[in-house]
Design a protein around this ligand. Structure first.
Ligand SMILES: Cc1cc2nc3c(=O)[nH]c(=O)nc-3n(C[C@H](O)[C@H](O)[C@H](O)COP(=O)(O)O)c2cc1C
Length: 213
């Protein structure tokens, strides 16, 4: 939990990290680790959908039975800046536009959550927080994952993008020549964070074909 003095926090970003029930939980873990390690970030509000918890158990084999330990379990290390909120907690701070945040990342974003967010249906905290960010013109990144994509998914992506969200399909790049899955995931997360003004030193920058070291 957060121990930082209020004055110090005032200059730092508050971020919302939504984790929904699509495959790719390794990306959620890396995003949380990078936000935790980033000195520009003061607080992270972590919300995981019911299906998200299920997929987390499946892919990362996490024990998520104790709410107080979920953030650290996902980060794989202490997560002192992170507040874990239940997806049913519709009265949480981030459900209101009066509570300032710098942006929201939904990673991974299921096609179900995409549909809800694209159409402003705010039944869960993740959906409501995204709805609030959109109405307040705050950045929302949806790292949508499924394959293949139906026409419904494609229409919903367009609707969400028109409403102000940024569609960031979970399609990692290979031109930086990743040696490990961690390289692959890290570079994708670097791109996501850069879109929220959190450029990372370890982000690969293409310098042109002939300038490769
Ligand atoms: C192991 C597992 C993997 C899944 N992978 C995906 C996926 O990649 N993309 C997707 O849209 N839904 C996927 N689903 C289905 C969603 O979890 C399901 O539609 C759920 O209702 C989404 O709810 P949420 O958006 O509230 O998390 C998966 C489900 C399970 C159990």
């Amino acid at each position: 939990m957060l121990t930082m003095p209020a004055a110090a926090l005032a200059n730092k970003k508050r971020m919302i990290l939504g984790v929904t029930g699509a495959s790719g939980m390794i990306f959620a873990r890396k995003t949380l680790q990078m936000l935790e390690a980033d000195a520009r970030v003061g607080k992270i509000h972590l919300v995981i959908s019911g299906a998200g918890l299920k997929v987390l158990r499946e892919e990362l084999e996490l024990d998520l039975t104790k709410s107080a330990e979920v953030a650290a379990a996902l980060a794989g290390r202490p997560a002192r800046k992170t507040e874990y909120l239940l997806d049913s907690d519709i009265g949480a701070s981030i459900a209101s536009g009066s509570y300032p945040v710098s942006g929201m990342i939904v990673i991974p974003c299921s096609t179900g959550s995409l549909a809800q967010i694209a159409h402003g249906i705010s039944q869960t905290l993740i959906e409501r927080a995204a709805d609030v960010c959109l109405k307040e013109k705050r950045p929302v990144i949806l790292a949508v994952r499924d394959t293949p994509l139906s026409r419904v998914h494609l229409r919903n992506m367009l609707a969400a993008q028109e409403a102000g969200a940024e569609i960031f399909p979970m399609t990692p790049a290979f031109y930086h020549r990743p040696k490990t899955i961690d390289d692959l995931v890290t570079q994708f997360c670097c791109r996501v964070l850069a879109h929220l003004g959190l450029e990372q030193k370890k982000q690969f920058q293409w310098q042109g074909e002939k300038r490769r070291p």
